[in-house]
Design a binder for this molecule. Structure first.
Ligand SMILES: [Zn+2]
Ligand SMILES: [Zn+2]
Length: 627
């Protein structure tokens, strides 16, 4: 562990006193973090005073905050005082971490990667002091930053720890997977209600309560109004042209606001299915406004009623499966925020890449959306739902994509990575770190982005980190022309259509020609071996976790052919490798597919000769897909 000799404008750090101007749970926490990390770095423990400034003491580090909506902060000297000032309580904590980063601290990874399991060997806290020797913060030092995106959240096992999320300036509490909203962390951006961040039609107008009395509130399918269904994902959609259900929705929304009065968003959005109403009135509306416009007209009705009582709460809705026919036929009410869920983005290319048909379409939809809605969020799927162990190739396109989101006036990003996974072999710690840096500042230079990657790799994988970087460089530039959907890893043509085999089945995860798979994987394994030679025990484990994606990839593409052949030695060797993959999955608590992985599926552990490509992955939705 490095130690530094720290001076502020030439003055020794031990001569300073920390002052918390307006003590709140958050600013007291900020001060304790400042003192803790200064002690670790310098060996000096600073006194802290609350409220009144210490009389007589000149050398102060003053923590202060305002009450603004937007996160941001200022760090600067006023005479011999160093003032760390947050726009709000949350960003007063960010100001402290920014200062700590300026003296050399880096917060790479959290302590525990999963809720309820604290003995896992897989991810440990990884925080490093990169500086050494004498460090001075000069008296003309001045930093001012403001968040580009107001809502910054990522669902990832690598972002489960609240204290770590605050270090990375993740500021929102989506789907209740952790408790970031507590006062200690300066609160978080939240949705009204409990678990009501989306798919809320069924909760706003429960079919259990109204199905029998008001069947006209609900979707007509095959000529019959639905009157039954659970009040959640599987409920039929609301009849979106019947505004008689709006008062019912409004009454539920008022209850939610009473339960969670600090909420800044409330969701009025479709259930997670495609059971949209086919009554004559809805069909006429779809013809004129599309599904999207029909939804916006309904949500606008709700917004008119809701905005009177809650003018500062944004009404969230989705443009998602079925309602993603985004068009400009209807302008959204000024308080309506639309969250676009692009399930067909290509991660091999940046969002603004004009040569990628999938991303051209996504870009166009966002552009249209930015004309009809005052506020846009993105529900960003940054993992392969079908193959959880598939390492996406977005390392060098992510910065450009995030910048493009910002340029298209996106105000919030919820990035979803391998939900329900305890651990993954797809560099999620690195990806979470980079996402957090970009969602704060998507306009960073390529050189800065590169620096973040390298600092992380060295901190996390140890002295042999350059070998890991070589692997990432090559994997992320395998074939600059290929396209695939991030959701299912389905291969896409230049025209934006599924690439199919002779039987008409969609092809998946074919990132390189078959004959290149074995040499590539041998090369990659060599790089992991070299990196492991210079690693300590913990770093070695991290390297083995990362290597698992190569083990999976090779078996996925080669095992079936070997097992169909008659080379018994090759079959035995491949079966052994499959056993190694399975033991890695158990040891490192990995899932091989997001959806199937939600249930207890261990059949592959009973027969290691079952080809990896024949495992049960997430449902094949590609067949009937309109692409
Ligand atoms: Zn209808
Ligand atoms: Zn593409």
């Amino acid at each position: 562990m490095n130690r530094i000799e720290l001076t502020l404008g030439g003055n020794r750090i031990e001569d300073y006193t920390v002052v918390v101007k307006k003590p709140t749970e958050a600013t007291v926490y900020a001060a304790s973090e400042l003192v803790k990390y200064l002690l670790k770095a310098t060996g000096k423990a600073l006194p802290v005073v609350y409220g009144e400034e210490e009389r007589g003491a000149k050398r102060l580090i003053v923590l202060a905050h305002g009450q603004a909506f937007k996160d941001g902060f200022r760090l600067r000297f006023e005479g011999e005082r160093l003032c760390l000032t947050g726009n709000n309580e949350r960003s007063a904590i960010y100001a402290v971490y920014e200062f700590l980063e300026r003296i050399g601290w880096r917060f790479f990874a959290q302590k525990a990667s999963y809720v309820g399991v604290d003995h896992g060997p897989h991810t440990w806290e990884c925080e490093k002091l990169l500086s050494e020797g004498k460090v001075d913060i000069p008296s003309d030092f001045s930093v001012e930053q403001e968040a580009v995106f107001d809502y910054r959240d990522g669902a990832s096992f690598a972002l489960n720890d609240e204290a770590f999320c605050v270090k990375l300036r993740i500021n929102a509490q989506t789907w209740g997977s952790r408790d970031l909203a507590r006062a200690q962390y300066g609160g978080a951006r939240t949705f009204a209600g409990k678990g009501c961040e989306g798919h809320t039609f069924g909760k706003l107008v429960p079919i259990g309560k109204y199905g029998k009395t008001n069947p006209e509130f609900f979707a007509e399918l095959d000529g019959v109004r639905k009157t039954e269904g659970v009040d959640w994902d599987n409920a039929p959609q609301l009849c979106m042209t019947n505004y008689a259900s709006v008062p019912v929705a409004l009454a539920t929304m008022k209850e939610w606001m009473a339960q969670t009065p600090r909420a800044e968003y409330i969701s009025v959005s479709q259930n997670d299915n495609r059971s949209f109403c086919q009554c004559a009135s809805c069909r006429a509306s779809y013809a004129r406004y599309g599904y999207f416009g029909t939804l916006i007209r309904y949500v606008n009705e709700v917004a008119v009623g809701f905005a009177k009582a809650y003018p500062n709460v944004k009404i969230h809705t989705y443009a998602y499966a079925g309602t993603d026919d985004i068009n400009d036929s209807v302008k959204a009410h000024k308080n309506v925020m639309v969250q676009w869920c692009p399930t067909r983005a290509c991660r091999n290319h940046a969002l603004n890449d004009r040569d990628c048909a999938l991303n051209r379409a996504t870009y166009g939809k966002l552009q249209t959306l930015s004309k009809v809605a005052n506020e846009i969020f993105v529900y960003d799927y940054r993992h392969c739902l079908r193959y959880a162990m598939l390492n996406l190739t977005d390392l060098f396109t992510l910065r450009e994509t995030m910048r493009t989101y910002a340029e298209l006036h996106v105000k919030g990003i919820y990035s979803e990575v391998n939900i329900h996974a305890l651990n993954q072999c797809t560099f999620e710690e690195l990806r979470a770190y980079l996402f957090a840096k970009l969602v704060w500042d998507p306009y960073m230079s390529e050189a800065e982005y590169d620096r973040h990657i390298n600092e992380f790799l060295e901190g996390y994988y140890g002295k042999g980190w350059r070998r890991i970087r070589e692997y990432l460089d090559r994997w992320n530039s395998i074939d600059p022309k290929m396209h695939y959907t991030s959701f299912y890893g389905a291969m896409i043509s230049d025209e934006g259509k599924y690439i199919r085999d002779e039987q008409g089945n969609a092809r998946f995860a074919e990132f390189m020609p078959k004959e290149e798979v074995a040499p590539f994987c041998a090369w990659a394994n060599g790089k992991f071996d070299e990196a492991a030679r210079e690693a300590d025990y913990g770093q070695k484990l991290r390297i083995e976790i990362a290597r698992t994606n190569v083990v999976w990839y090779e078996l996925f593409h080669r095992m079936e052919e070997v097992m169909r052949g008659d080379d018994e030695a090759a079959k035995a060797e491949t079966t052994k490798r499959c056993r190694d993959l399975c033991s890695r999955m158990r040891r490192f608590m990995m899932k091989y597919t997001v959806y199937i992985g939600m249930t207890n599926t261990t059949y592959m552990y009973d027969d290691f000769s079952l080809p990896v490509s024949q495992w049960r992955y997430a449902n094949d939705i590609a067949g009937g897909d309109p692409l």
